[in-house]
Design a protein around this ligand. Structure first.
Ligand code: SF4
Length: 126
């Protein structure tokens, strides 16, 4: 399924955070989501709640590691250090009990119209 996502005509996902100047900041464990955002599907649709808007890339990473990752760890039932403590324990966090493997920042796309982001005026996900 993860490989098939790379060949999809339309890929629907979210971003972990968006900065005020429009950078999309994402951290993946396996990388299939960020890979498909970057290349593969003809169209990428991103649905992003206002709760994911942050000022800077540093703030985005802090949000992902101290807010998103602990909750995602619980959701997918991986006993990461942050799932136990509620905030990031890097550098004392190693695979297989680590869901932060790729830090990807999308600044732009050379293919006009390929990525469409819908900023939804409510809290969506975490
Ligand atoms: S690096 Fe490890 S402890 Fe930190 S947020 Fe990611 S999974 Fe959690």
């Amino acid at each position: 399924m993860r490989k098939q996502g790379m060949l999809a005509d339309i890929f629907i996902a979210s971003s972990n955070a968006i900065t005020l100047d429009g950078k999309l900041v994402n951290i993946d464990g396996i990388g299939n989501r960020v890979a498909a955002m970057i290349f593969g599907p003809d169209k990428v649709i991103l649905l992003v709640g206002m709760n994911k808007v942050v000022k800077t890339v540093d703030e985005a990473v802090a949000r992902i590691k101290n807010h998103v990752a602990p909750r995602n760890s619980v959701r997918v039932n991986i006993s990461t250090p942050c799932a136990k403590r509620g905030f990031c324990q890097d550098p004392h966090c190693v695979p297989p009990h680590r869901i932060c493997s790729q830090l990807v920042i999308l600044e732009s796309s050379m293919l006009p119209g390929r990525i469409k982001l819908f900023l939804v005026g409510e809290e969506l996900g975490y």
